[in-house]
Design a binder for this molecule. Sequence first.
Ligand code: DAH
Length: 360
Amino acid sequence: MKELDAIRGEVLGAVETAADLAALDAARVAALGKKGRITGLMKTLGGLEPDARKAAGAALNEVKMAVAEAIEARRRVLERGAMAGRLEAERVDVSLPVRPESAGHVHPITQTIDELTAIFAEMGYSVAEGPDIEDDFHNFTALNMPEEHPARQMHDTFYLPHRPDAEGGSTVLRTHTSPVQIRTMMNSTPPIRIIVPGRAYRSDYDMTHTPMFHQVEGLVVDETTHMGHLKGCLIDFCRAFFDIDDLPLRFRPSFFPFTEPSAEVDIGCRRSGGELVLGNHGDWLEILGCGMVHPNVLEMSGIDSSRYQGFAFGMGIERIAMLKYGIPDLRTFFDADLRWLRHYGFVPLDMPSMAHGLTR
Ligand code: DAH
């Protein structure tokens, strides 16, 4: 028994002082392994008288349990220490500023979409999306442009090969983001407050037109919305986006089939010597179209036009990006020229927000 006490003391000592998991395992094998000291003592039990064997067996078992428990306790301590050490060694300071020399830039279109999303999100809008490949119904008919409507011709539509099973007439590349108005109204109930940033396509190519471009659509539908809300919303948006507190806006009567009344919006500017400067300078520049949603559009989207009304707007994303960032040629957006992107691109991870500022 004296011997057992000594072994117990030594084994527990080895367990408690094991410096790492490997040393702990060595201590475990030395005590409880096949050739371990405690295992060795277990083997001698068979040669004892029954009474002595019972007493010695109980004592040995107690030691075995105590050792196993001590090993477990030590293992937990060492594992925790190993994890803490690893966390310390692999530490990353996420608050460090982005390295300015890092390769890769955010394209001005992506940046502009992030900026306008931050502004409209602050006003309570959410972002909706729809397919680039549309059917005639959503792209035209439901927007109050029945077949043969003259406004269809202004769109230079890309038609896709006819599919006999296609619902909603022929299939097109959407010519504007407005069909997402229809999809949203058909799939939800008012109040609706969405913006739709996305691609649009028209068969056109020159200094100011590319066959693929981006628009952002806006749609608000509820029971009390009126033209004053539309004006306030767009005034706030333009002033925040261009970061000009007194930027004047002019709402000029216009026509769109899907709104009544309709307006085009101009912002204040000055043109001198081929240069364009935004602000309260007496001259005007058109930047977007808008209006109150036409009752026919509400009805075709399954919304009761005697109860609900709303406003909509649409603007070109390249256009407002060119104005804000002084980019002279639309076509360069899609040239994939790395020098252009390095010059006009934005630092990644600097997400625009109303709290931190849109552009840094
Ligand atoms: N869909 C129009 C276009 O592509 C832009 C537009 C004008 C959208 C007025 C609207 C709106 O929602 O109300 O030319």
